[in-house]
Design a protein around this ligand. Structure first.
Ligand code: ADP
Ligand code: MG
Length: 257
């Protein structure tokens, strides 16, 4: 897997995401859907970007491709200096583990495992760096402490609030020091207080240099990002600036799946 763009292994232009002319076609013939229709998106290291758009605009399709869960039909995707557009599924799984931390609306923690065991898991699947059980445990404890859950190490998901579960998920997302965090409606299941808690945590992480790309349909969440990107019909229609307000207004009405 030698798809490095920069000779020194560092991405030369400071971009963690460089997507050009991305298309994703589902189905064939009459049933064909162009979920992404020539989408361009660049995200720099250290940015906090919110992606908005009406239901069916292609947000999930884009997140799946950015997260290396799916491959584009056409177009280019350079992730942290690595051309991932042409990788096979096994290679994508490795990139996913090493470069991306996922945060989902429904937390996606394993219910039978304690907080610390949930956070240890991605270290076990890290094929680049091998850690002993003790090392995995110590790292997971440190990650949980960093999200303010040092006193919940041995609690299972159903023994924690939604906000706490999402913080466990964020600790898990950070454990392999990813190039970026992809968050899909991270506050979608949370009450106002827990949403604030989780957003504060994302802000703190971003301030310490973590790149965050978040899909949300809540305008008050989106405005907290540095940059709001609006997607419609599989394309970016506005990117930052004042154009976002139109999208933000719609965001409240539209149902984002
Ligand atoms: P969003 O997340 O913004 O609601 P999606 O990425 O889920 O949008 O969907 C974009 C378009 O692609 C929609 O028209 C949707 O119906 C279609 N689509 C999404 N996933 C599939 C699939 N697996 N098979 C066929 N069509 C799909
Ligand atoms: Mg969706």
């Amino acid at each position: 897997m030698d798809n490095r763009v920069g000779a020194d292994g560092m991405e030369p232009n400071g971009l963690v995401i460089d997507i050009r002319g991305l298309t994703r076609v589902y189905g064939t013939g009459d049933a064909q859907v162009n979920a992404l229709a020539g989408l361009d998106l660049q995200v720099r290291h250290g940015e906090f970007v919110a992606i908005m758009g009406p239901s069916g605009s292609g947000k999930s399709t884009l997140m799946n491709i950015m997260g290396c869960l799916d491959r584009p039909t056409e177009g280019e995707y350079i992730l942290d200096g690595l051309d991932v557009s042409s990788l096979d599924r096994t290679e994508l799984a490795i990139v996913r583990n090493q470069k991306i931390g996922f945060v989902f609306q429904s937390y996606n923690l394993l219910p039978r495992l304690s907080a610390v065991k949930n956070v240890m898991l991605p270290l076990l699947y890290n094929t680049e760096e091998r850690f002993t059980e003790d090392e995995r445990y110590e790292k997971a404890v440190a990650a949980l402490e960093s999200v303010g859950l040092g006193d919940r190490l041995h609690h299972r998901p159903n023994e924690m609030s939604g906000g706490q579960q999402q913080r466990v998920a964020i600790a898990r997302a950070l454990i392999n020091s990813p190039a970026m965090i992809l968050a899909d409606e991270p506050t979608g299941n949370l009450d106002t207080r827990s949403s604030t808690e989780v957003m504060n945590l994302l802000h703190t992480l971003n301030a310490s240099g973590v790149t965050i790309v978040m899909v949300t349909h809540e305008p008050d969440i989106a405005v907290q990002a540095q940059r709001v990107v609006c997607v419609r019909d599989g394309k970016v229609v506005t990117d930052g600036g004042d154009g976002a307000s139109q999208c933000l207004e719609r965001g409240g009405r539209d149902d984002a799946h």
